[in-house]
Design a protein around this ligand. Sequence first.
Ligand code: RAT
Ligand code: ZN
Length: 416
Amino acid sequence: MNIVGVKKLKTVVDKAIADVEITDVHTHLYASCFGDMLLWGVDELLTYHYLVAEVFRWVDIPYQQFWEMSKREQADLIWKVLFLENSPYSEACRGVLTVLNGLGLDVGSRDLSAYRRYFSEKTMEEYMDQVFELSRVKEVVMTNDPFDDNERKVWLESYKADPRFIAALRIDPLLNTWDQVWMKLKDWGYHVEEDLNGTTLEEIRRFLREWADRMQAVYMAVSLPPTFAFPENSSRAVIIEECVLPVCREFNIPLAMMIGAKKRVNPGLELAGDSLGKSSIETVEYMCANYPYNKFMVTMLSRENQHELSVVARKFRNLMIFGCWWFLNNPSLIDEMTRMRFELLGVSVIPQHSDARVLDQLIYKWAHSRRIIADVLFDKYKDLLEIGWKLEENEIRRDIEKLFSQNFWDFVKKKL
Ligand code: RAT
Ligand code: ZN
């Protein structure tokens, strides 16, 4: 037995966290067959929508003028304002620097042209290998939207599997804008009408089955507004009840619900213009209690929902909570949430996902989260050692493997 003493504990935990190979359960990254949909490189990093929101704290140009600029010009502006005229310590700014530093570039030089040169000398394929290696991510779950015309075309015509990229069937348009998308379904040959009659519901189920199968989706996913309620007299609730939950059950895949996104509170900012709101925990409770043979992965966007969500996970084994989503993906909040979740749920949680939209972000998002989760785990193990519990190194590695990968796969495969 390799018992770990208090003195060695930090080294052992840090090493195990540094070594673990991650399954990133929610990203916006794409396999190379999706071509330009996969974003990478310094200009993409600088124009990440988290940074677009921040730059408009300082610049007074009309939004439209910004959107008419080329990507490179937008990146130049963001670099100047957020990195040179102010110190870049916000999490999103710091992230860019962690990436550059991780790649071996000199962030002290502040030489944006040199960074650009570095990327211009790479091919996407070689860079992809490099990022997976550096971030020690072994696989990422994509966000796959059959309503996106570019993406749809790839699935129908030229998809080529890469084991590092796993699909998730994202169905926001189906659930949030049925009044608009039913016509698309009709165009694609499904016998649907706006009215959710028996034939329409059967055809929506056929649509979901076909796409879950085509993508080999490991879960279905949707982001939902703070007002999301279920049951409810709405097309969304009817489609969830009559189509989404039954098909998820047939395929034995979870429904991932990301709850609390308030879309376009400032439309001028486009993707950067979304906000958040507190959501109803009763809805999550109701779904877990009334659909015990369905599996739910849930993350919520407001800090105020986090405690009750952890408590609900204690009540329902068909609920797996995951990640510190979007505005919560900041060190102070990750620390707070992770501590609370570990205290309420032990090892039974997926503490983080990256939500990376730019390949390179895997490097910073995971470097930052690994650090925080390691510190929290160290404290928790130390508490155990101080009261005489004995821990083996392989038990620490076992827990960490579950937190960063296995809990997800066990939940996906679990039969209820
Ligand atoms: O975090 C983000 O990048 C958001 O814009 C959203 O993509 C969110 O994560 C989502 O998946 O809806
Ligand atoms: Zn996302």
